[in-house]
Design a protein. Sequence first.
Length: 523
Amino acid sequence: MGTKNFSNANDLITFSRSSAGTALRKIAYGSELVTNGTFDTDISGWTTQAGGSTFTVSSGQLTISRSAVDPGYVYQTISTTAGNVYYVTFGVIDNGPIDLRVGTSPAGLQITSSGIKSSAGTYTLAFVATGASTYISLVNTSYSTSFTIDNISVKEVLFDDASGDLTLFNHPADIPRIEYDADGNVLGLLVEESRTNLVTYSEERNQWTKGTIGVTDGALSINGLSFSLLEAGLLSTSQITIGVSVSPGATVTYSDYVKAGTSLLSRHGVFDSVNSWAGYVDVGWSSGVPSTSASSGASNIEYEDIGNGVYRISFSVTINASPGGITFHTHPDRNATGLTLYVSGAQLEAGAFPTSYIPTDGATATRSADVASIPVADFGYNQSVGSVVVEASTVSTAQSNHTDLRIKSSNGGFPVTDSGSKVGNFAAGSYVVYAPQTSVLMKIDSVITEKQAYKAAYAIKENDAAVCVDGSSVVTDTATTFAAFPASVFEIGKGANYLNGHIKSIKYFPRKLTNAQLQELST
């Protein structure tokens, strides 16, 4: 049959995720698709559906005033390619309410919507085109109101473009996330379990409760994030908080994207009752790089560099009390007034490790799990013998039975067994070639390091299985048998639990490799 090479995840992998999902990715954009999105002199390029509205262009801005029940709207048709991703930006100049709708008909909601925007600011959304033509509509949603808008832009998203910028991009539903590190190196396909961000306003800090802290939302835009500028006030009241509902006894993980300002010290913490810390971390900002100055009740403290001086601070705490909610406290500097810090993307999620950022805007939000698989019929799977080499990484080894690859049959069973064990699982932490619901078949302990890439190779043949990780000694098993039902898919990043990490490459060989080859390929 020869060798098949796939350099694009979309070419071979069956993928779904029923929600949007962020990842740091190289992003470039195509040419502008909107005609006269800046309304330089008039409304040319747009079609009006007056209803009870009037449309006025002044000083390069469009105002839609509504004085009757029929909302009225303006729209424009742009050329798109079905399945491609497009990025929309638009600016609300004064009070709304406005809803920017993307659909297959004027003012339709068939694809997506910005939701009602009533405050001045710049708003964005991404969508997947469903055909060759897509309608962009601006709808005044409230009777006896008006809004002013400007700078409407729609461009195609060019993923993984060599000239692209590293951007924390919010991928639409069912779009795989190929993630990069801060140096622009490819980490691989991101596969995560479902998580919920319990913070209702992840980026708009003016929606939080403020003490003597000064807050300016949208003060800085870096890496696809909108940052708020915090300015320290009096020491005793220099804090900004938001209530979050969490059950007592729960382990949760806090995270925030932070960039140094003029402050040399900040506090990031979680309250679980009035004046009682569940955990906090004091962060020093020498030369703009974070380091822990002090902490209490916090575990798994991490500083993830995403480039341009931006770091994601995260740590886990256990909620002990029974509060009506818990609170973030952020002090730009606990020792002086007037000093500053930039923050964005606050997140609190149930679990002992952080997952990718989930944006919120007034309510909690849930990111669905990534579901990825490769049908074995697509690459010439050999049921009686074979070898696989996987390069992957995981953000946490705390959760047992992480899986990077699992061979599974169409009826949910496993095609290879050993005295009741199910062969065909890769598991991070202890690397295993079985689904570990029963006794161990082959196991290599303590070979996986969090957030570090590893290579693992395994081979299966009747009564002759072997596994090797990072060139270590090969572990073998001579009591493997094949079940009556054949394999149907390779499940990627999910077995008993999700990998919560990256799959960089998968290599399959329709023969059993030698132990020496397994060691060489996994080194």
